[in-house]
Design a protein around this ligand. Structure first.
Ligand SMILES: Cc1cc2nc3c(=O)[nH]c(=O)nc-3n(C[C@H](O)[C@H](O)[C@H](O)COP(=O)(O)OP(=O)(O)OC[C@H]3O[C@@H](n4cnc5c(N)ncnc54)[C@H](O)[C@@H]3O)c2cc1C
Length: 523
């Protein structure tokens, strides 16, 4: 298949009209679906990925931003999951250095026994990582800990432990995966809502999707269809068979974002045991600090989940227990919630204890469904799902080679500007835009480094179509400073309208709908 340099809706539709039958069609443009699209394209299959909203609109932009083995799963005895995640952590850090980094985590201890207890667990974590270990776990004296974390709660502090894990920009990594799939000849399309599955002799033979931009529907034929819609897999399973049992048990996790002045440290804080037996993090991210998360079972799911009052209080209370510089609700710059697609089993008693493993369902129609898992293990999940599709659709057996596949933008030298660094090797092209036209250096908002050049770049090359796409997922302003994002909406809409040829009515509609959406992010 012919590949194009960057993402383009026009080119994607051209490929759709030219392709009589796809090898693989993937439903869902989050980490899992994009991972499958990359793997399938790398194996040389004709692959099309369809996302109902924008890429990464779902859980994949709402994580705690950790590329991790999951220390707490070790405490639950799930060694297999931890080993798998530690391996994947190593691969991801090596393949996407522009979007990931090593982050040091500190556990403060207030009893000497805890220092011994957590240090032994983390030593095992290091050993399980083997050659892919990021750094040795070490004991910390009280003095060093206070130098590293001056605001930590001092009364009774004995010392701490420091260990390393990975950190990343989740939504930008989805975009990098979309670009990688595209580079390898695959087709990806956002605002493409799958509304019907097509069958021949009881087997899935394709699907119908609606272009949410124009309302037009398209029929596509495919040898295999993979349902990678995260917490929404049950809706697709129902399209296949109305009597399908639920596969997912949704659980909400909330994060609060605060300014660094409340927690002035380059190290992340790990609170090892909350009241509900979870861990809680305070992680420096993009000049802010992300606090989270919670684990609240839900019966109803929505595309724009919102934090419950209790969840916000829970995070504030726990953070304040461990930090001398106390925060109140008014200090929160942004609140964001995500839904975990936990695998439903008959013996799930609590979502906090439910397995973070993934599951694959092969329906009698040959529809492949994959859900559960973690962002960190997206590549392994993709490989497993695609292997199943290859088997049921009798596609040529080709080995998965994504383990060492460098993702789009891969660069060994990080760019000077920390914010442009997420574009990796594309950063230079954004700088060229700024050099060619000085107005491109104008910031979207005075308090944030994101410029008009980045917006134009994302519209031209990353399929950003709506104001939300820019403010929530190409730049991450909505996730770190919701009020600033709201006040930037009109400027963003006007710049996008010029680039995309939209009128005043579009600008007004975009501003209104972004303001409505942003309400759930404002504390
Ligand atoms: C609070 C929280 C914190 C987390 N933190 C971490 C972390 O730090 N590290 C980590 O490794 N993991 C973390 N995870 C887990 C991780 O984020 C998820 O496992 C992962 O993002 C799930 O990706 P996905 O692609 O399966 O689902 P999603 O990202 O939800 O993608 C599914 C997509 O399918 C689309 N879709 C739905 N219906 C249709 C349709 N009809 N047609 C087309 N498209 C459709 C949706 O719009 C959505 O974009 C966290 C999860 C939560 C909830």
């Amino acid at each position: 298949m012919k590949s194009y340099s960057m993402l383009s809706r026009q080119k994607a539709f051209e490929k759709i009209s030219q392709t009589k039958i796809w090898d693989v069609v993937v439903i869902g443009g989050g980490a899992t679906g994009m991972g499958i699209a990359v793997d399938a394209a790398k194996r040389g299959f004709k692959v099309l990925l369809l996302e109902k909203n924008d890429f990464a609109k779902g859980t994949s932009s709402r994580s705690t931003k950790l590329v991790h083995g999951g220390v707490r799963y070790l405490a639950q005895g799930n060694v297999k999951l931890v080993i798998e995640a530690l391996r994947e952590r190593g691969f991801l850090l090596a393949n996407a250095p522009h979007l990931t980094s090593i982050q040091k985590f500190v556990i403060p201890v207030y009893r000497y026994f805890d220092q011994f207890f957590y240090a032994s667990g983390l030593l095992l974590y290091d050993i399980l990582a083997g050659k892919l270990s990021l750094s040795r776990t070490k004991l910390l004296s009280k003095k060093t800990l206070l130098q590293w974390m001056p605001t930590i709660q001092k009364t009774g502090l004995k010392g701490g432990i420091v260990y390393a894990d990975g950190q990343f920009d989740d939504a930008r990594l989805v975009i990098a995966l979309a670009l990688t799939a595209n580079d390898l000849g695959g087709a990806v399309l956002n605002y493409a809502n799958v509304v019907e599955l097509k069958k021949k002799d009881g087997k899935v033979s394709g699907l119908l999707f609606r272009d949410e931009e124009t309302g037009q529907t398209y029929d596509v034929a495919s040898k295999s269809v993979i349902n990678a819609t995260g917490v929404f897999v049950d809706a697709i399973l129902e399209l296949d068979d109305k009597s399908s049992p639920a596969a997912v048990m949704p659980s909400q996790g909330v994060h609060l974002v605060i300014e660094k002045k409340f927690f002035p440290s380059d190290h992340a804080l790990m609170i090892p045991k909350t009241k509900d037996g979870r861990v809680l993090f305070a992680v420096p991210w993009k000049n802010y600090v992300v606090l989270g998360t919670t684990d609240t079972p839900l019966l109803e799911i929505s595309e724009e989940p919102s934090a419950l009052q209790d969840e916000i209080d829970f995070i504030i209370d726990h953070f304040n227990l461990y930090n001398d510089k106390k925060i109140v609700r008014e200090d929160i710059k942004s609140v964001f919630a995500g839904l975990r697609p936990l695998v439903k089993t008959s013996n799930n008693k609590s979502t906090a204890l439910a397995s973070r493993d993934h599951t694959i369902i092969v329906s009698t129609s040959n529809l492949i469904t994959i859900t559960g898992g973690k962002w960190t293990t997206y590549r392994k999940m993709a490989k497993d799902a695609l292997n199943n599709a290859v088997f049921v659709a009798k596609l040529p057996v080709v080995k998965c080679t994504t383990r060492n596949l460098r993702l789009h933008g891969y660069t060994e030298t990080k760019q000077q500007s920390t914010l442009l660094s997420v574009y990796g090797s594309d950063a230079i092209k954004i700088q060229e835009l700024m050099h060619a036209d000085p107005t491109m250096s104008e910031r979207i908002h005075p308090d944030h480094e994101c410029t008009k050049a980045e917006l134009i770049w994302s519209v031209r090359n990353e399929m950003a179509l709506q104001v939300e796409d820019i403010l929530a997922r190409r730049s991450r302003m909505l996730f770190v400073d919701a009020a600033a994002a709201v006040s930037s909406a009109r400027k963003v809409a006007e710049w996008m309208a010029l680039e995309l040829n939209h009128d005043e009515a579009w600008i007004n509609q975009q501003v209104a709908s972004f303001q409505e959406l942003a309400k759930t992010y404002l504390p």
